[in-house]
Design a protein around this ligand. Structure first.
Ligand code: IPE
Ligand code: IPE
Ligand code: MG
Length: 264
């Protein structure tokens, strides 16, 4: 029985993979990894068990994204608002993050993955920061998948910091207010030098962006799945990518998919 289920899930995954158009993959995928607590609750387990299982999903999705040749993957791991949670959960999340990064450095290097943190370093424990900087330093020359993990991240704080920096430059006469444009602002964000996300995935069915990449998702395609993050694995990722490939991205223009001979 187990074998049959196993075979079935493998073939489902392969079937989905075959539907994917490798030429139409998103360049940048961002994910709000949500639902770890509910996953644990459904099993009468402590919330941290959900976070632990969620870390397995992270491993799987990073591996799948790298294998597919996706260039940027940005994962929301801890928001500035998550400090409101009970101390014991925050501590467990930080420990898990550190442990995850420590364990993954060798794999990241082997797979040519470049790791980067997005978020405010102030407020993070020095041991967490050290682990992050170590992973960043030892992978910064890698040229494959760029893995961004948003930790102590807030989209508004990111924009606020950019505004302060620009205001300072104007006050010091290094920049003219009239010269501030989209590109100038984008270059002050943590994501400078990265393309905007093409696809934003949120697990666990919540229809909100929860302060994630507010500037960058202006034209991202949004995909919400009921699957809880610990249950979001390769097959679910393929489903999200397939849904993305069916979207008609117009960027405010008109459809390129429409009949070219039809009157406009
Ligand atoms: C996502 O799962 C992980 C983090 C936000 C750190 P949650 O912990 O938010 O799980 P739910 O939403 O309570 O189920
Ligand atoms: C968003 O999830 C933050 C992360 C995934 C790290 P939350 O669970 O914190 O978001 P809300 O509270 O449901 O908006
Ligand atoms: Mg949540």
């Amino acid at each position: 029985m187990a074998m049959r289920i196993f075979n079935k899930s493998i073939s489902d995954e392969e079937y989905l993979y075959q539907q994917l158009d490798p030429a139409k993959l998103p360049t940048h995928v961002a994910i709000i990894m949500d639902g770890n607590g509910r996953w644990a609750g459904k099993r009468k387990l402590p919330r941290v068990a959900g976070h632990r299982e969620g870390a397995e999903s992270v491993r799987t999705i990073v591996e799948t994204a790298a294998r597919l040749g996706i260039q940027h993957l940005t994962l929301f791991a801890f928001s500035t608002e998550n400090w409101k949670r009970p101390k014991i959960e925050v501590r467990a999340l930080m420990d898990l993050l550190m442990e995850f990064i420590r364990q993954e450095i060798a794999t990241l290097k082997k797979n040519n993955i470049r790791f980067q943190m997005l978020g405010r370093s102030e407020g993070l424990h020095i041991s967490v920061l050290e682990q992050i900087r170590k992973a960043e330093l030892s992978t910064f020359q890698n040229t494959g998948l760029q893995l961004n993990i948003a930790i102590n991240y807030s989209g508004r704080a990111e924009i606020l910091d950019a505004c302060r920096e620009l205001a300072r430059e104007v006050a010091e006469g290094r920049l003219q207010a009239a010269d501030i444009n989209d590109e100038v602002i984008a270059n002050k964000l943590y994501t400078r030098a990265m393309p905007d996300p093409d696809l934003l995935i949120r697990t666990s069915g919540e229809m909100r962006v929860s302060n994630f990449l507010l500037w960058q998702i202006a034209y991202a395609e949004i995909y919400v799945t009921e699957k809880l993050w610990p249950d979001f694995r390769t097959a679910e990722f393929y489903q999200a990518l397939l849904a993305y490939q069916k979207r008609d991205r117009r960027f405010g223009g008109i459809s390129l998919l429409q009949d070219a001979t039809a009157p406009r």
